[in-house]
Ligand binder design. Structure first.
Ligand code: ATP
Ligand code: MG
Length: 309
């Protein structure tokens, strides 16, 4: 695969829809790296397509949000420290090797992380009913097989946050919602319970913090991996506008139509525009400038509200 950037000290190994992964250039071809560079691009995806053009500043926003949340969850919010995959800034300061630092060319939108053995599970937590959960609930009264009370509407708060894991499909395939019992088969009873309990704990902490900033964390997805010492660490991106649905609490409380209640800070603006201008066949049309500007402004507002930056 050719490298989208030449980054000194690093070799490009993989590009997902949004992020590019690199390993130290000293890693043997096909060998195992102990650290990785995760670079968030400005690419935006919806309905499994990468759209064009990108959203200027999106990669930096995703990275800033992830770093801020990793810090909060490491104890910055007063809670217990949740281990994560970041290679500590202190380590980086001591080690002036190019392979341990974020290259200048991608400063602000990249993280140096420990390369972990990832659990093949997307740990989804939902505190509110919407999206695919709402679709399933209308059909069967359940979300990912979990029975819910009757009479809930789109955007309603669930009685309790629920854990609805998905199997992380190999590249190119769709992630698939699975029952908790299936996660036990995949990773064993102990690890499965640990993933579930940690996910619910992190969701609760994050939702409480967001609430203080006038935001509802409707749902989110975590990924975890194990390091060489066997420590389970929070990995990937965390609580970003790509992995989570954030809504404006004031709008939600005011009620009204589902659209008014779920005034979102993610790519819903993009999804809505595409839904109205594309029949989902062939390549999606280019996004107009005002859709890009509105999305970009919404992203910046989320960051400002949460972090005060
Ligand atoms: P998609 O485009 O659907 O998001 P993707 O999830 O494969 O595909 P990215 O999210 O861009 O693409 O890539 C990030 C990849 O890196 C994921 O597969 C994720 O599981 C993996 N990953 C994240 N953190 C770590 C880590 N610390 N160690 C190893 N792999 C990691
Ligand atoms: Mg991903």
């Amino acid at each position: 695969m050719s490298s989208p950037h030449d980054l000194p000290g690093w070799r490009h190994v993989y590009s997902g829809k949004v992020r590019d992964l690199y390993v130290p250039d000293t890693t043997p071809e096909g060998g195992v790296a102990e650290r990785m560079l995760v670079v968030a691009s400005d690419r935006v995806s919806a309905f499994d397509h990468v759209l064009s053009p990108g959203i200027p500043g999106k990669g930096e926003l995703l990275t800033t949000l992830s770093l801020w949340w990793f810090d909060m969850l490491a104890g910055g919010d007063g809670g217990r420290g949740i281990p994560n995959h970041l290679v500590a800034a202190a380590d980086l300061g001591l080690d002036d090797d190019a392979r341990s630092r974020v290259p200048d060319a991608v400063a602000g939108r990249a993280m140096v992380v420990r390369s972990l053995e990832m659990a093949p599970i997307e740990c989804v937590v939902r505190g509110y009913l919407t999206g695919s959960g709402w679709a399933e609930y209308q059909a069967s009264g359940t979300v990912c097989g979990i029975g819910l009370p009757e009479g809930l509407g789109n955007g309603d708060r669930l009685p309790e946050p629920i854990y609805t894991p998905a199997y992380k499909a190999p590249v190119g395939e769709h992630d698939e919602n699975i029952a908790y019992e299936r996660t036990v088969e995949l990773v064993g009873a102990e690890r499965a319970a640990q993933l579930r309990d940690l996910s619910l704990e992190i969701y609760r902490r994050a939702a409480a913090l967001a609430e203080k900033r006038g935001l509802i964390l409707a749902d989110t997805k975590f990924e975890f991996g194990v390091d060489e010492e066997g420590v389970l660490r929070l990995a990937d991106e965390v609580l970003t506008s790509d992995s989570s649905r954030y809504w404006d609490a004031q709008a939600w409380n005011a009620g009204g139509t589902p659209e008014q209640r779920m005034a979102s800070f993610d790519k819903q603006i993009v999804r809505d525009w595409l839904g109205a201008h594309w029949d989902r066949t062939g390549e999606p049309p280019a996004l107009p400038a005002d859709i890009i500007d509105r999305t970009s402004a919404r992203y910046r507002e989320l960051l400002t509200r949460l972090t005060g930056a």
